[in-house]
Design a protein around this ligand. Structure first.
Ligand code: NAP
Length: 306
């Protein structure tokens, strides 16, 4: 039986208790304190917990994060244990629905038909197959989001660092492919991690590569887009609308220009949440792999930062 330390926030435990007890039966027992840290086999962690020193946990063979994003932990020098991030079917479904909903809103131009008394019956939206959408990022979230957009009919492409093939999707790869990926993006979805390479990726130069009036959906990370460049692009009409779920500072500070911009929609980092009902099985699978000495799922490559 493995001994696993709960190092996520205590107030999250009630939501996880029953799903984890169900999935870990006979495999692991969860403890909330570790008077003998060297007796701990694995750590369940979340970056918003008050837990930062992994060094006493000399026997721990796995740190399983409950979050998908790892930018707050990859640089932790005390973390020498393998780090797995959360890839949860429930979280993925949430992200797919969030991106699809906003893409449809911008595609159909729902905001053009506001209740202002104007009968704009010349504004007929194109069909999805006539609309080009690019998803930046082709990972655990970017790929399923792109697949669903393509199923709806959008002319969809994904862009990733490696450009590795993703079944059923048009992939554009690497730095050189970015102008092509952006140049086709009437709707742009950004699902990249926060790393030194992706920080400020969408600056004024890159935003100018988008088709005029493009819509941006950013549930990736706030650092991907330069705030001032985005505001300027919105003001000039280069960017038509932006829906932003993630920000450089969260909660988004009162008075930030995003709050009051008429073509910015702020959502409070709710695009996709880890769902204990499905994610507990993911935790259990990695603990089973620890017990059996098999390779872990969703390991983070700390040299790449994601
Ligand atoms: P992932 O599986 O690690 O995929 C990351 C993708 O980004 C990969 O396709 C990767 O390329 C690509 N990439 C990384 N660095 C790049 C670069 N410099 N240039 C071009 N492409 C690059 O991550 P994920 O699970 O899809 O999650 C993506 C992000 O979503 C997370 O990091 C997190 O920040 C965010 N997120 C937000 C919420 C929310 O509620 N708003 C919830 C969960 C996650 P390769 O394929 O070549 O490796």
């Amino acid at each position: 039986m493995l001994t696993v330390l709960w190092a996520a926030r205590p107030d999250r435990w009630p939501a996880w208790e029953a799903p984890l007890e169900r999935e870990l039966a006979g495999l692991a027992r969860i403890v909330h304190e570790a008077p003998e840290p060297e007796a701990i086999d694995a750590i369940i962690y979340a970056p918003n917990a008050r837990f930062s020193d992994f060094s006493p946990y000399t026997r721990a063979g796995l740190v399983q994060s409950l979050w998908a994003g790892v930018e707050r932990i990859v640089g932790n020098g005390t973390l020498t244990q393998p780090l797995a991030r959360m890839v949860d079917p429930g979280l993925t479904d949430g992200m797919v629905e969030y991106c699809l909903g906003w893409a449809m809103r911008f595609h159909l131009g729902m905001d053009r038909y506001a209740q202002d008394g104007a009968w704009r019956n010349a504004l007929i939206p194109p069909l999805a197959r006539e609309r080009r959408v690019t998803v930046l990022g082709a990972g655990a979230l970017g790929a399923p989001v792109a697949r669903r957009l393509a199923q709806v009919g959008f002319d969809t492409a994904v862009w990733s660092a490696s450009g590795r093939e993703v079944e059923g999707l048009t992939v554009i790869g690497g730095e050189k492919g970015l102008p092509e990926a952006l140049g086709r993006a009437e709707i742009l979805v950004t699902l990249l991690p926060d790393t030194p390479e992706t920080r400020d990726l969408l600056d004024s130069h890159r935003l100018a590569m988008l088709p005029a009036g493009a819509a941006i959906v950013n549930p990736g990370r706030g650092t991907l887009i330069e705030d001032a460049a985005l505001i300027a692009a919105l003001d000039s009409g280069q960017v038509g609308h932006a829906v932003l779920d993630v920000f450089r500072t969260e909660p988004l500070p009162p008075g930030h220009a995003f709050w009051s911009h008429p073509r910015v929609f702020v959502t409070p980092h709710i695009a996709a949440e880890t769902r204990p009902s499905s994610a507990a099985a993911v935790v259990a699978e990695n603990l089973r792999r620890l017990r059996d000495g098999r390779p872990f799922l969703h390991l983070v490559d700390r040299t790449r930062g994601y």
